[in-house]
Every structure is written in C-alpha cells, then in structure tokens.
Design a protein around this ligand. Structure first.
Ligand SMILES: [Zn+2]
Ligand SMILES: [Zn+2]
Length: 328
C-alpha cells in the first residue's frame, strides 16, 4: 500500500468468521475480542447497562406517551451525541491534541463551503446529526419502550435468559453490518442518491460530526435495523446497545484517525478505514468489515492503488453504459 496516500498501518481485514476453509478458533477469538478489549463497543455496552439500570422508569409509566419519560429519552440522547461526537471533535480537530498522528490523510481539512448549511461543514453536520439523527433515534427508542410496556413487543428477562443476551451480543454486529450494506446500496440507487444520500456524501473530508449527518429519510432507513427487536424477542439492554452502536458509532467511524492516542499510546481504535475509502471513492465499501458483503459482491476497496484503479475503471464503464454517476 502506498503510504504517501494513506497513513494507514493495518490493511482492511474482514471478520475471520467467514474465512474459507473455516478457522473456528480465529473466528471465536475475533468475536470475543470485540467485547474483551477497550473499544467503542464496550463503552456502548457500559452505557446501555447504566441507562437500563439507572434511568428506566416503571413499565406502567411508559404505557402512555407522557412528556416526562419521553422527554428524558430525547434529552439523554442529545446529550450523549453532544458529548461523544462533540468530545471527539474537540479532541481531534479543535484542540488537535494528537496532531496528525494516526490521521488517515493529514492533508484533509473540513472546511467552509457554500454546499454546507451555514457555509460551514461542522455546523452543518452538527445540525443534521442532532436535529434529525438524534431525534429519529429517540423516536425509535420511545416506540420500542412504549411497545414493551404495552405488551406489543416481546422481551425476555436477562436473568432468566442470559444465553439470549449472549447470542444477541454476538449476532448484532453481523445483523447490523448486513442491513447497512443493503440499505446503503439502495441509497446509492440514483433516484435515492440525489435527493437523500448525497447530503451525507457532501462530506468528502470527514470528521466525528459527519457520521450521523444524514437526510431524515436516510436516518429512518439506517436506524431501521433496530426493528428486528420489535419482532424477535430480545432485551432492553441489547436494544440500547444496538441504538448506541448505530447512532454514536459513526462519530468514531468517521473520525478520520486510526487510533485515539494519549501521549504516544494508542488507547482505542477510532475510525474505520474501510468506510473512509467509501467517502473518497463512493462506489465501493458499502458495508463494514463485520460481514464481508463487499468482498462477496465485488465492491471491496482495500486501500491499495490497484483497487483505486479497478474502482475508477468500473465507474467509467458504468458511466459509458448508463450516462449516470452517483458521485457528486
Ligand atoms: Zn459515512
Ligand atoms: Zn454512500
């Protein structure tokens, strides 16, 4: 890989879960690693446990949509997004506390441009993330807890069914990754791309606030993976974890830095190189590395110059065939 283009030390590696021939030990270790090292996933799990133990009102109170508990869900989620996306932005971009170390492309700068609301990318991204993103996320969350309280949505107690908890914990990344791949490909369909998904793709240089900077229709589609819990019994902690992963995860995956550092020590994996490449080249890497749909369906870009040439060639051929492009 050409290091002058991307400051990236590890290649894009898909989950070994689907390696052929199968490598069971590697697959199990990869599944466990997600929950056994300091990572955003562990942070989200801790937050989900904290919220469900400390802030959940009685079920009878949630049977009606009263301002008290509904308002607290909205307020909590706005605050979570402000603290996480805002905190990452202040740390990495405003105060530049780790400079360009671990930054994928040190030339990148988020900027002022007419294409953004307020002519400012950060304020524009912040607006869409909070006004649409955190709002639609909170609506899904309220709907779920209201449904559970009214017996419309099935749940299983964590104490009685710890294996259900464990199964969801391991299965959710595969589910959300697969859902994201297909929803995302749909969003690149020209009739949806221009009016909807283009809003997210105005961000070629990305930062923590770019992650959830999407059109409301995209938010509805993107967060809809949580609907699986409306049908298949799971547990509130799992649903909160699912929502935090969907709605707060993008602040990390769009941070543009491979690792968050304290001094010279890399503390936690920050961004997602696989998705960083999607923002640069558009017609590749629609999914994530948890489920290798990109590899299976030939839309994978591993960051190499050869892959860039291949993607450009495919785009040119497609343009020649249809006269349509999905890029800006
Ligand atoms: Zn993105
Ligand atoms: Zn896209």
């Amino acid at each position: 890989m050409k290091q002058s283009t991307w400051n990236h030390t590890t290649p894009v590696i898909f989950s070994p879960l689907f390696d052929w021939p199968p490598k069971p030990l590697k697959a199990i270790l990869a599944l466990m690693k997600r929950w056994g090292t300091i990572s955003r996933n562990v942070l989200f799990l801790a937050m989900a446990i904290w919220v469900s133990w400390s802030f959940m009102p009685e079920e009878t109170a949630m049977q009606t949509l009263s301002l008290g508990w509904v308002g607290s869900v909205f307020l909590r989620n706005y605050l979570f997004m402000l603290v996480i996306a805002g905190g990452l932005h202040l740390y990495l971009f405003t105060f530049r506390l780790q400079g360009s170390r671990s930054k994928y492309d040190s030339r990148e700068k988020q900027g002022k441009s007419r294409k953004f609301a307020f002519r400012n990318q950060v304020w524009d991204n912040l607006f869409w993330s909070l006004a649409s993103g955190a709002t639609i996320w909170s609506m899904y969350e309220v709907l779920y807890f209201w449904g559970v309280a009214n017996g419309v949505i099935p749940t299983l107690s964590l104490r009685q069914y710890p294996f259900v908890f464990l199964t969801w914990l391991l299965a959710t990344p595969l589910l959300t990754s697969s859902h994201f791949y297909f929803i995302h490909r749909l969003l690149h369909w020209p009739p949806l791309y221009r009016p909807v998904h283009r809003l997210h793709h105005r961000n070629i240089h990305i930062g923590p606030w770019s992650g959830m900077s999407m059109h409301p229709i995209e938010h509805i589609l993107y967060i809809s993976s949580v609907l699986v819990h409306f049908v298949i019994p799971s547990q509130p902690v799992i649903v909160l974890l699912h929502l935090y992963g969907r709605c707060l995860g993008p602040a990390f995956s769009h941070a543009g830095f491979e690792k968050l550092k304290m001094g010279d020590t890399g503390v936690v994996d920050a961004a997602d190189f696989h998705h960083q490449l999607h923002h640069r080249f558009f017609e590749c890497n629609y999914g994530t590395t948890d489920a290798p749909w990109d590899k299976w369906l030939g839309t994978d870009h591993d960051g190499s110059d050869e892959a860039t040439i291949r993607i450009r060639k495919q785009r040119k051929q497609r343009k020649q065939r249809s006269g349509v492009t999905t890029a800006n």
